[in-house]
Design a protein around this ligand. Structure first.
Ligand SMILES: C[S@@+](CC[C@H](N)C(=O)[O-])C[C@H]1O[C@@H](n2cnc3c(N)ncnc32)[C@H](O)[C@@H]1O
Length: 188
């Protein structure tokens, strides 16, 4: 689906738009520390990172600071109101290593083997990001030694076992609530 259609879909507008305030609330910061959670993903200075479903940017600025000036943070989000809000925050932060793209992550348009770390933070399971379509696309864009990082909130459900059994990723580890996976070398 193109970003325009997805951004106007009932699913996102009815289910997620009202949740925007919660994503940004100060209360959230009391219970969830974005820096600590991101440390579980093992981001390194200079990394190219794709953040899928960045929302209003709860993790975005902290992730961009971790990868530094030499890194690139691609924040992908289909809802135009969230994209606008995130762009405001990026401008105010003065950070120059963030690209906010209004796009459907099922078809990122990014080059193959171009990304060091993909963040799926608070975005799966969700009907507009079905894992059977998302995982092959994330596998395609990750470098051979790239990392898929998954923070599951509010429910983990069957996601970890689905990813393990998908044939696209292996070597599951868990740190600070974040599951990390390597591309499965048996699936080039
Ligand atoms: C629950 S919110 C989480 C936002 C953010 N990661 C956070 O933790 O604050 C899920 C986000 O995924 C986005 N999303 C849904 N389907 C998507 C898709 N196909 N591609 C990219 N983002 C998508 C939604 O618009 C929404 O902003």
């Amino acid at each position: 689906m193109n970003a325009e259609e997805l951004g106007q879909s009932k699913l996102l507008n009815v289910v997620l738009k009202p949740a925007g305030w919660a994503m940004e609330s100060r209360l959230r910061g009391v219970f969830q520390d974005p820096v600590k959670i991101l440390q579980g993903a093992g981001l390194r200075p200079g990394d190219t990172v794709l953040e899928v479903g960045s929302g209003t940017g709860f993790f975005t600025l902290a992730a961009a600071r971790m990868i530094g000036d030499q890194g690139r943070l691609i924040a992908m989000e289909p809802l135009s109101s969230y994209v606008e809000r995130l762009n405001e925050k990026v401008r105010a932060s003065g950070l120059g290593n963030i690209d906010v793209l209004r796009r459907d992550a099922l078809d990122t348009g990014l080059e193959s083997a171009s990304v060091d770390n993909v963040l799926l933070f608070g975005v799966v399971p969700f009907p507009s990001l079905p894992l059977n379509r998302l995982l092959p696309e994330m596998h395609r864009i990750l470098k051979p030694d790239g990392v898929l990082s998954v923070w599951l909130f509010p429910v983990a459900g069957l996601v970890p076992s689905f990813i393990r059994q998908s044939g696209f990723f292996c070597d599951q580890q868990k740190r600070n609530g974040v599951y990390t996976y390597r591309r499965d070398p048996a699936n080039p």
